[in-house]
Design a protein around this ligand. Structure first.
Ligand SMILES: [Fe+2]
Ligand SMILES: [Fe+2]
Length: 214
């Protein structure tokens, strides 16, 4: 799927201008005024691009930590395989980002922590703590994993557009490859969810019947 054909994927060409001019509905920061001015600086679009790259690099590295646990926890074999193969893909995506850092002369050691991914991974950990290993937990894991994929799709979609507008054609191509992988993973999870949710529904009804009989 072409990244500009889907309006949900980050910044599309249609709204690029309003975004770049700071006219998006949520883009104006002037209302919040003086209290938060101390952290403000005259950032360029290149700075924004660099920060976005560091953010997704942190997100991918957090996932490299989380995905083995998710694969181990999965009850459904297809889901387990999907998490394992996405772990390999995620490792390649971080390497792709490192190549981009090299091209742009960015020091990847100047770390930025992706707080959004921190929250999404925490939600996954809560699922593992609160649910027994079952199809119902798999349903919950798929929902959590798709939230992660959608975050990544939004991030890579936006970064592709910024790379384009800044004239980094090769980098835009590399980011687009990761974007497509995230979209494919999202679709794969949707397919697995159909079986898993049926199973989860079945075991939930068995549970209900047993409760009624008791
Ligand atoms: Fe990724
Ligand atoms: Fe992903």
């Amino acid at each position: 799927m072409a990244r500009t054909s889907n309006n949900s994927n980050g910044i599309t060409k249609k709204n690029r201008n309003s975004f770049l001019n700071g006219n998006s509905k949520n883009g104006s920061s002037s209302k919040n005024g003086s209290a938060k001015t101390s952290k403000k600086s005259n950032k360029t679009l290149e700075d924004l691009f660099e920060e976005g790259l560091k953010d997704i690099y942190s997100a991918e590295n957090q996932l490299i930590e989380a995905l083995p646990e998710m694969a181990k926890a999965a009850y459904n074999e297809d889901l387990q395989d999907a998490f394992e193969s996405h772990l390999q893909q995620t490792r390649r995506q971080t390497e792709r980002l490192e190549k981009i850092f090299d091209r742009l002369g960015i020091d990847k050691k100047e770390e930025k922590v992706c707080e959004a991914m921190k929250g999404l991974v925490k939600e996954t950990e809560e699922i593992l703590e609160e649910f027994d290993r079952s199809p119902v937990r798999d349903s919950a894991l798929i929902i959590a994993a798709q939230k992660v994929e959608h975050y990544e799709i939004a991030s890579y979609g936006s970064l592709c557009e910024l790379a384009d507008v800044l004239g980094h054609a090769k980098i835009a191509e590399m980011l687009d490859r990761s974007l497509q992988e995230e979209e494919e993973t999202d679709h794969k999870l949707t397919g697995i969810a159909q079986d898993v949710n049926d199973e989860a529904c079945e075991v939930s009804h068995i549970g209900e019947e047993e409760e009624e009989m008791a």
